[in-house]
Design a protein. Structure first.
Length: 375
């Protein structure tokens, strides 16, 4: 899940002093000095703590920097589970592509085919939007997280502490979006919208008769043995081992608040998942190696459009192709939700992957960690 606040702003002013503990690492015979330097820099810039795991031909390497609990000084763990936000979208897209491979739907089906009458209002019309356009963010559907009332209730300090345990249904989130005009006609442009993936989750349920979480668990989590990965639904806690998560909401000069507990239904299929770095490496490596999708569906996933406003990136179906400063291309996704910023990427052959998490949402540069690993 991505929102338009300092919760995920990569260009946020870095104002807080470091809460740094010495970096800890376990290595497998290969240097990751650039990655470690970037992690330490994130902590120096104000991120409470970082955890990362990389896998390549030399084996697995994990490192941590900073703290997982600012009150006790407890360090982060390489085994930490954390909220992964919009990384959820790649899992959702994978399930829909599996369903296409099984002949149970077409990416060119209209949204109205599966959710009749749901996408209506103020110019929205699900009869002219395809499932493919949901997945690559070319639908034009308004992002419910940009609604002023939802924003105040969920992403401001006062609103969050009043409403952090509220339950939001997918239908409610879509109805919020329908109060607004679409951003553009279907297929006319590109704009990231969390509503697209709430709808995608609803399509999975309509096609299969099961919640999207059940299908992700059955089709991806169980076969890959992703033991640190879960879809919490309305559960407000993060399973252990885990660190605390901190937010400054809309004021990077303000105090950091513990936001670890929240009801993730506010993100739904756009960003509710919890995982750990090793699981995310395993997932993206398996995906890019063709272990989760047939060749035709993987090619569809990797067919990209320009991601307007994201330099060096193009967007496929729930996955981004990112060109790094050194020219290397990596595939994956970022995710942001209260107190948590995560990234998980791999090379196109699935042979070199990294996943990591910041447990603060106002500082640090995730791009430098990725560059440090691959460049």
């Amino acid at each position: 899940m991505r929102v338009r606040t300092t919760l995920v702003a990569a260009t946020a002013v870095l104002l807080t002093a470091a809460l740094a503990a010495p970096a800890a690492a376990t290595a497998a015979g290969h240097g990751h000095a650039g990655t470690r330097t970037a992690m330490d820099a994130a902590v120096a810039a104000g991120v409470p703590g970082v955890t990362a795991t990389a896998e390549d031909g030399h084996g697995a390497w994990s490192a941590t920097a900073g703290v997982g609990d600012t009150g006790t000084g407890r360090p982060r763990s390489a085994a930490d589970r954390y909220r992964v936000g919009s990384i959820t979208k790649t899992f959702v897209a994978t399930v829909l592509l599996q369903l296409e491979a099984e002949g149970r739907l077409s990416l060119d089906d209209t949204v109205d085919t599966w959710l009749p009458g749901v996408v209506r209002g103020h110019g929205h019309d699900g009869r002219h939007i395809t499932v493919r356009q949901l997945l690559n963010h070319t639908s034009g559907v308004f992002d419910y997280t940009s609604d002023t009332g939802f924003y105040r209730a969920v992403f401001t300090e006062d609103g969050f502490f009043r409403h952090r345990y509220d339950t939001h249904t997918p239908g409610e989130l879509v109805r919020i979006a329908m109060r607004h005009r679409p951003d553009f006609a279907p297929g006319a442009s590109w704009k990231y919208s969390n509503t697209n993936y709430v709808l995608a989750g609803m399509v999975i349920e309509k096609v299969t008769g099961h919640p999207y979480a059940t299908e992700i668990e059955r089709r991806i989590i169980a076969p890959l043995r992703l033991r640190g990965t879960s879809l919490p639904g309305t559960r407000v806690t993060v399973p252990r081992p885990s660190s605390r998560a901190y937010s400054k909401f809309t004021d990077p000069k303000g105090p950091a608040h513990d936001v670890t507990q929240l009801n993730p239904s506010l993100a739904s299929a756009a960003g509710e998942m919890i995982s750990d770095s090793a699981d995310l490496d395993r997932f993206y490596s398996a995906l890019l190696r063709g272990k989760l999708l047939p060749p035709r569906q993987l090619a569809e996933m990797k067919t990209t459009v320009e991601a307007t406003g994201i330099p060096g990136a193009r967007y496929g179906l729930g996955i981004m192709d990112r060109r790094l400063t050194c020219g290397v291309h990596v595939w994956g996704h970022d995710g942001g939700i209260h107190g948590s910023r995560s990234s998980a990427v791999t090379t196109a052959d699935g042979e070199h992957a990294i996943a990591f998490n910041f447990n603060g949402d106002w500082a640090g540069d995730p791009e430098s960690v990725i560059d440090g690993e691959f460049c």
